[in-house]
Write a protein that binds this ligand. Structure first.
Ligand code: AMP
Length: 595
């Protein structure tokens, strides 16, 4: 990564890093620091003040805090000197892997990773063996501190990585519990892609007068791009695409699809429906590709439907729109797509058509891009017609008239239309051009996904989802943890999915009460789930679960009367757990209070 001109380049060995670390990162291909590293590394070396770094994923933030910590810690001291908290086990494992790579030639530095979903015993052994740096997820770290297996009372650095994500995943209590055990005089380094209110509160509570460092957006030019999305039912994708295009008569854009087949289909449909569109995909011969690209370049083609791979060679500066007919699986691809608009100082729009279950992807993308994505309402038929009509009238008003060319025909035309009044003439003119839209949109339905439809749609999205839900047998468990113990649906899901083999386990409804809760899981896993909860400890409470025969049946070891059930909060069923990072749908369960 070269970020500056040759003469301005700062080298890692000029930043105070030990030669063995410079050697190790050299092998990783790190030649010059990234902007966040350029700012953070010297700061951490030279200051003991706290730091809030506003940096997105992929900016090199792990090395920004990792390299100075590795350089400053005392390898002879076997106590935990740095505690790095990460929202997910995947990120935690990645950080630990990166730190191990930086310390490949520093044999006295040890890194231990602890996270839910893996054996406690193994991690306890590793903690016993000792590591100057511990990387972990808040739940497991808090647990290890409680069990006195992890001592953090001597740490010199605490790092809160992706702090916004930790807050949005409901880890606030764990963060509070962990940080309360750490010494006052440590340096706290907080990295976050966004700085919402909660982060400011954390800063106020746990940091003193923090320095703030922010680096520019990863994607140059992205400032000019507005990102928004429409939430639709999957089967309405094409109709929504048409509305987007119809709402933007001067559109000059690329519609990105995921597969060749989809690209062909969408382009063919658009052409059939009278749009100035064509497809660019891998099945075209070279001359065909060049022809399509040339037409698009010269703006003879308004809409290009393309796959990411096929669009690679295309270099167009003044696109008005990038449309994600489908979101890509890889966030980097989204950034790349959106970077095709908003170039050369112009503003651009990157719009995505998503269905209900993709909302979590939007959250990830927002972080990656560092901007909020707005959800927009899909325009109604009447709104499209109005836009088109005004566009037409505007066009008529501003069209340049070539008197000379039309002069020979005018007399006949005047004669022919002589009998019409001015109003009639305008009406007819508008109708000629406009009837296609009026006709098409005359009883166009509302394509916006209502809350109810969204839920139905979610079920439809999963193959045979509805049948699946009806036929699926759930087992209902009572657990002796409730809101009083800080339990929320996310925490219940995390308690279950701590076990990696339950990652895609079907979880039904969750009902929360003050002192206890109920949750449903796929009946097939009844025994395993029982076993998973055996000997579990939650914030010092021995967790006990029991099978609850029916919704109305009272668990044997609670004194609650039936009427007290009414006070519970219920979160509607049928979700696939997603490894502790679950987004759950609120609402749903019949006969229950809906949120
Ligand atoms: P991160 O934001 O820490 O996840 O880093 C994103 C990617 O950039 C990782 O693959 C790092 O290995 C890589 N990286 C970080 N710093 C540098 C650097 N100075 N030069 C080259 N690659 C880097």
């Amino acid at each position: 990564m070269n970020h500056k001109k040759e003469k301005d380049l700062i080298k890692f060995d000029e930043m105070g890093l030990a030669p063995e670390v410079v050697k190790a990162i050299g092998e990783l291909g790190f030649e010059t620091p990234t902007p966040i590293q350029e700012k953070c590394i010297p700061f951490i070396y030279q200051n003991s003040d706290d730091l809030i770094a506003n940096a997105q994923t992929g900016t090199g933030k792990t090395a920004a805090f990792g390299l100075p910590i590795v350089g400053l810690l005392d390898p002879k001291d076997k106590n935990v000197q740095a505690l790095i908290l990460s929202p997910t086990r995947e990120l935690g494992m990645q950080i630990a892997k990166d730190l191990k790579a930086y310390t490949k030639y520093s044999p006295d530095i040890n890194i231990v990773a602890i996270y839910g979903g893996a054996s406690m015993d193994v991690q306890i052994k590793e903690l016993k063996r000792g590591g100057q740096i511990v990387v972990g997820t808040p739940g497991r770290v808090a647990d290890m501190i409680r069990r006195k297996k992890l001592k953090v009372d001597h740490i010199r650095w605490s790092v809160l990585d992706e702090a916004d994500e930790m807050l949005s995943m409901g880890f606030k209590d764990e963060l509070d519990a962990i940080l309360a055990n750490t010494p006052q005089e440590k340096q706290t380094l907080l990295f976050s892609a966004t700085i919402p209110k909660g982060i400011e509160n954390i800063a106020k509570k746990y940091m003193s007068n923090p320095e703030k460092i922010s680096v520019g957006k990863k994607n140059a030019g992205a400032d000019n791009v507005r990102h928004f999305y429409y939430k639709v039912q999957a089967r309405d994708r094409y109709l929504v695409l048409k509305r987007i295009v119809d709402m933007t008569p001067g559109i000059y854009g690329i519609v990105f699809c995921r597969t060749r087949r989809e690209t062909k289909e969408v382009a063919e449909n658009l052409m059939k429906d009278g749009y100035n569109a064509d497809a660019l995909h891998g099945d075209l011969s070279q001359p065909q590709r060049e022809y399509v690209m040339a037409r698009f370049h010269s703006r003879h083609l308004q809409i290009l439907v393309a796959t990411d791979v096929a669009a690679r060679g295309l270099d167009v500066d003044d696109l008005t729109h990038v449309i994600n007919y489908n979101l890509p699986d890889d966030s980097e691809i989204y950034v790349h797509r959106s970077g095709r608009t908003g170039r050369a100082g112009k503003s651009g729009i990157c719009v995505s058509i998503i269905h209900g279950r993709e909302q979590h992807k939007v959250r990830l993308l927002q972080k990656m891009v560092g901007k909020k994505f707005d959800q927009e309402m899909i325009p109604t038929g009447a709104q499209v017609c109005e836009t088109q009509l005004f566009h037409l009238v505007d066009k008529m008003e501003h069209i340049s008239v070539d008197e000379k060319q039309i002069e020979p025909y005018l007399e006949t035309v005047y004669k022919k239309l002589d009998w019409l009044s001015r109003e009639d003439l305008i009406k007819r003119f508008v109708s000629v051009e406009f009837s296609r839209f009026l006709e098409y949109y005359s009883d166009a339905r509302d394509l916006n996904v209502s809350v109810k439809r969204e839920r139905d749609n979610d079920d439809e999205q999963q193959e045979g989802g509805k049948r699946h839900r009806k036929n699926m047998d759930y087992s209902r468990f009572y657990v002796n943890l409730g809101t009083k113990n800080g339990i929320n649906p996310g925490k219940i899901i995390r308690l279950i999915t701590d076990e990696p083999s339950f990652k895609s386990l079907e979880i039904g409804s969750i009902e929360l009460f003050k002192k206890f809760s109920f949750f449903e899981i796929d009946k097939k896993y009844e025994k395993e789930v029982m076993k998973h909860f055996e000997n579990m400890d939650y914030n010092g409470i021995k967790v006990s679960i029991e099978l609850s025969k029916s919704k109305a049946s009272k668990p044997t070891n609670t004194k609650s009367s039936r009427s007290s059930y009414g006070g519970g909060k219920s979160y509607g069923g049928h979700r696939k757990s997603s490894g502790g990072n679950s987004s759950y749908n609120k609402g749903g369960g019949s006969r229950r209070k809906k949120y």
